[in-house]
Design a protein around this ligand. Sequence first.
Ligand code: TRP
Length: 455
Amino acid sequence: MNNKNIIPTVNPDEIFRIMQEDAVNATIPTGWNQGAMPCDSKENISLTSLKLHCTKCNINTAGVYKHPTDTERRCPACDSLLMYCPACRHAVSATEKFSILLCDRCQTDYVTNLTVEYLASRDRSSREIILSGIRATGALHLGIYLGAIRQFVEYELGDNLCMYFIADWHTLTTCHDPRKVSSNTIAVAMDYLAAGLNPERSIIYAQSSVPEIAELALCLSMIQSKNKLEDLPTVKDMVRSGETMSMGHLQYPVLMAADILGPKATLVPVGSDQIPNVELARDLADKFNRQFGQTFTIPRVGLRTIKIPGFKGEKMGEPTDESGISLQDHLEDISDKYARFGITDAGRKTRNDPGNPDNCVSVYPVYKVLRENKPDALQIVERECLSGTRGCKECKLELAREIDELISPFRERRAVLMNQQKYVEEILHYGGMKAREIVRHTLEEVREKMGIVSF
Ligand code: TRP
């Protein structure tokens, strides 16, 4: 964590070279070398032995390395992972954190074979590579929770490689307050975790932790017409009246394409407002493939169909204004907001008039989502409203209780995470390393195909 200057990916050739320099004539304990070799090839195999010291149980032993990619061993006494650390040049015990190895001696962390194996195994057996992002504009509201994050958690439970990030660069199109950008980035990560995403299963990261995405966006922008971007509704709508269009606005969908195409995502869950952007990513992938040769997977849109209306019937928005229920609201806040702002059936004049749930602007539609799998319970609301036996006030209160019950586990976990900022930062750090490892390969391909040479 504290050594960000070191290239996070271990170059196996480099390690092997240093290992050979440091190799000692240690005796090889029996049984040490009987594990499967990562490479079956008998060619180019040289043998080096190295003194290993397990910092956990203080035992010295020797490791035999047969191949440059063969850099990890376990301590025969305590079974903890031992690694050759290229930073401190010690063969010591290492701690595994979210499939990243951390040298116990100097605390440098590396993407290693273990990481790559983890990524490959998830990748190979997975049905999909699922990717989605949320801008860091503030604490999440109920609409995003029900419409998006709940689904993210479901995807994670399947055998998919899931990548969920915080689009902090995208946030810069509309927010230039550095403190807000950084604190909201952490806040969204906390929301992801409080909603139940598991950092051992999903890769959770900040977009800006993967600079390769910016380079990929630059490359993609070379084959993207400017006129098409200017005409995109997603770009036009972002520019507020009186404001001029920035390069950032224009680049927004191209950057989003890089988010998606970098990890070669197969399925991108987004709300309907983002569809034009995913379409653009698909077009860009296709165009690149035709012009430079097969490189990108064409991603599919995983359309989110659940929409939670705000109090006036518009899409539920920022929780800071009165158009949303924050996931951190308590029962009193929720019932108060509905009581004050929630518009119901305008045709219903008095308490005993029969109402019409289909004309209810902000309450019945939420019941519909929450009681999706409880048709009987939903029908009670409908029947009582139609017959005039249920007043809007009590209907709102019951809804508030139901929402409170739904979000209370989230709220509790979120409160705990609030005091664990370091842990959340660590998750983002390791998530970023894993995402980089994935995107790096795509970028290498793109560079080569476009004729960019690394000197
Ligand atoms: N533009 C998306 C939004 O505002 C956030 C986002 C950025 C995103 N990059 C993405 C979503 C890639 C899906 C995939 O909601």
